[in-house]
Design a protein around this ligand. Structure first.
Ligand code: GLN
Length: 278
């Protein structure tokens, strides 16, 4: 048995994590059902034998590389607690930039928005939390992701979000959207990062795309033109070195006002454009 403080000192065992101390804090909070502030208020609290054994198991799995979000089954996004599992991408803080840009560009209280490849539902649910009057459709081609996004939607009680199974636009018919957003797969198949860290435990279908990672973005930019309302906005997340290429794809597809916004590290992350129907 050990105290909270002694368990946190075991961060030194997590040599391959970028945030070993935080990882242990999150695991302990999960096991104890407490906040991080509580850990610092009660450093001498002793874990009982059962919890200590569970902590040892989680630590071992984290040392073997499993993402913290898979160990706890949850990840916070836009301050919303989202259930996470191996069927989708784990929501990233940088994707909150996409949410911020949509909110900044769309002050209206009524609007129809589509989130393509929703995964956990992170983007759609974050926007839904801010905009109760928006009608939000979230789609994913993987049935397990659809089930997860629906569960997250139900837990949060956001009735104005509908979640559908659809391979990009395949299940949508004649509906038009004022805004279409996506965090599609955009990593090149050869990217060495795919062999490191959390991404090893995430589905490749959520991460990797052909044509240097640009194939799905190209397809979305082309097909979104059919589903956007007049002057509708398209916004996609992409890799920090893909800004120029994505602006080119948008411009060639006939979008106007094409621009790229930066993530919290100051790197090009979200490109947007407006489609004026010819
Ligand atoms: N940003 C993620 C990463 O680099 C990738 C997300 C994605 O492919 N949509 O790990």
């Amino acid at each position: 048995m050990a105290t909270v403080k002694e368990n946190l000192q075991r961060a030194t065992e997590l040599q391959h994590s970028d945030s070993p101390r935080l990882d242990l804090e999150v695991l302990l909070c999960h096991l104890l059902g407490k906040s991080r502030a509580w850990l610092y208020t009660w450093p001498e609290h002793q874990l009982d034998a059962g919890l200590q054994a569970q902590f040892e198991q989680l630590l071992e799995r984290r040392i073997a590389g499993e993402p913290v979000a898979h160990l706890t089954g949850s990840r916070e996004f836009w301050s919303l607690p989202l259930k996470v599992n191996r069927s989708t991408l784990i929501p990233r803080p940088d994707t909150e930039v996409l949410v911020e840009v949509v909110l900044a560009l769309c002050p209206q209280e009524k609007l129809a928005l589509l989130d393509l490849g929703t995964g956990t539902g992170a983007i759609a649910l974050a926007l839904a939390s801010e905009k109760p009057g928006w009608s939000i459709t979230a789609v994913d081609k993987m049935p397990a992701a659809v089930a997860l996004a629906q569960e997250n939607r139900d837990r949060l009680g956001f009735d104005h979000v509908s979640v559908l199974q659809s391979d990009w636009f395949s299940a949508l018919d004649t509906q038009r959207f004022d805004v279409i957003v996506s965090n599609p797969p955009y990593i090149d198949t050869q990217d060495p990062h795919l062999r490191e860290g959390d991404v090893r435990f995430e589905p490749r279908s959520a991460l990797v795309a052909e044509e240097q990672g640009l194939a799905d973005i190209r397809r979305i930019a082309a097909d979104a033109r059919t589903f956007l309302a007049a002057n509708g906005l398209l916004l996609v997340e992409h890799g920090w070195e893909q800004g120029k290429a994505v602006r080119g794809i948008f411009t060639e597809a006939g979008y106007d006002e094409v621009e790229t916004r930066l993530d919290y590290a100051g790197r090009e992350r979200v490109t947007l454009g407006r489609y004026r129907r010819p």
